[in-house]
Design a protein around this ligand. Structure first.
Ligand code: BTN
Length: 343
């Protein structure tokens, strides 16, 4: 993606560093008591902070778009359910699987992938999910930036520590694309195509990108980070992206619950990951091939490893590499790189 635009600054303690679990409890409490006015002193004593801290946090949640009504002398009440991705709300949507038993939330961080890569095995065990409302240096594939507007998109990274060799990483990348496509369809009804390896396109424009990074030795994966960015409620894209990128809201003509899409995404990553463990690569190759118009017979331009050529796609091999029949008659097996459709 072309360079990111400057994110809006949100001052205050709760925007820097991992979200205080007491703010998570505050949001949870407001949601649980959505039909009544919750008195400030009661909230303060339940979460163990002062009344002035409650007031300060309510103000900051409002600045992030959470609609909270203040009743003089009576307390606080949500005006509508908040679309904020704090751990307690996300976890309530998940069953007890491997993905999401631990959730780390940031109001603002540089990049959820960078945050994930900094975690060791103890602090970021298999299945940990990192979420940010905003990224100040979101990273994309091929060294690009990822535009990460505050509270509009889903910016999440999932840590996997599978007992596999680094050769498995490409198939996990495809798995994430298949899961994201399914999640978008279930939560919004919008049909997305998958451009190899895992860009989601709606009406030909990108709505979701996935950056897979790993820490590994020659024969052992220590950690795979599936970094997933979905443009959800952006009312416009920056000018330099408008030709190639869009949001679900722009395509669907309405806004969507980020919480619902994220919950679907985490459940789908869980489901496809279990499918992969039980059935192996073939299951993911099958699902991806059924979901993508790029799998077979698509005329494409390829940029990979410093070379540039045109050809037609001819299916995935069992590792997830894309076969290309080049116009000059040669065959290529694409393991990394970028393809664009030729019309
Ligand atoms: C792409 O270029 O298509 C991949 C974009 C990946 C963006 C996501 S947003 C969450 C995670 N954190 C990052 O810094 N990048 C990924």
């Amino acid at each position: 993606m072309p360079p990111r635009l400057g994110p809006g600054a949100v001052p205050g303690r709760m925007t820097a560093g991992i979200t205080d679990h007491k703010i998570d409890r505050l949001v949870h409490l407001l949601v649980k008591n959505a039909t009544v006015v919750a008195p400030g002193p009661k909230i303060a004593s339940e979460i163990g902070v002062s009344r002035s801290t409650v007031w300060e946090w309510i103000e900051k949640l409002r600045a992030l778009g959470v609609a909270i009504k203040g009743h003089p002398r009576h307390g606080y009440q949500l005006e509508k359910l908040p679309d904020i991705l704090v751990p307690s709300l996300v976890r309530a949507e998940l069953s007890h699987g491997e993905i999401g038993h631990k959730i780390v939330h940031y109001f603002r961080t540089e990049s959820t992938n960078s945050a994930a890569l900094q975690l060791d095995a103890q602090n970021g065990p298999h299945g940990t999910v990192i979420i940010a409302e905003e990224q100040t240096a979101g990273r994309g594939r091929l060294g690009r930036n990822w535009y990460s507007e505050k509270s509009k998109g889903i910016y999440t990274s999932i840590i996997l520590r599978p007992p596999l060799s680094p050769a498995a990483a490409p198939i996990l990348t495809l798995l994430a694309g298949v899961a994201a496509r399914h999640a978008v369809r279930s939560a919004t009804g919008l049909e997305a195509d998958i451009r190899w390896p895992n860009d989601l396109l709606v009406n030909g424009k990108k709505v979701c990108g996935i950056l897979t990074e790993m820490k590994a030795e020659v024969d052992r994966l220590h950690m795979v980070v599936l970094g997933i960015g979905i443009n959800v409620n952006h009312s416009s894209m920056p000018e330099e992206l408008q030709e190639i990128a869009t949001s679900l809201a722009l395509e669907g003509g309405r806004s969507y619950s980020r919480l619902q899409i994220l919950a679907e995404l985490l459940r789908d990553v869980e489901r496809y990951y279990q499918m992969f463990l039980q059935e192996g690569n073939a299951a993911i190759v099958r699902e991806w091939s059924a979901a993508s118009s790029y799998a077979q017979g698509k005329r494409v331009h390829v940029k990979a490893g410093g070379s540039d050529y045109s050809g037609v796609t001819a299916g995935l091999d069992v590792s997830g590499a894309l076969k290309i029949l080049r116009d000059d008659g040669r065959q290529e097996l694409l393991v990394a790189g970028e393809i664009t459709e030729l019309r």
